[in-house]
Design a protein around this ligand. Structure first.
Ligand SMILES: [Zn+2]
Length: 92
């Protein structure tokens, strides 16, 4: 028997990220029941998590987790802070 595993890689062309876009909670789940995890790393969001909005070329906006925001930091992706952005990160 031959078992084939097909791995699909999707390339997201981010150009803008709003840090601290919203707090993930029950209210958000009611509005967007299809968006329960980070679109990039597939980490499930928990109530109280801060979610970040990423604008993607040729795609609708996606929501991503803090770890994925850190990955695009210091690249050519335009970053700006939303209402819930972490305050402790120092500006350089
Ligand atoms: Zn992520």
């Amino acid at each position: 028997m031959i078992v084939k595993t097909i791995v699909q890689t999707k390339c997201w062309d981010l150009y803008q990220v709003q840090e601290g876009f919203l707090i993930y909670n029950e209210q958000y789940r009611k509005i967007r029941p299809d968006q329960t995890k980070c679109k990039l790393c597939h980490k499930e969001f928990m109530d109280g998590d801060i979610i970040n909005l990423a604008a993607v070329r040729k795609h609708v906006n996606i929501i991503i987790c803090d770890k994925c925001v850190d990955k695009v930091r210091n690249t050519d992706v335009l970053m700006y802070k939303g209402k819930y952005a972490k305050q402790q990160s120092e500006e350089k």
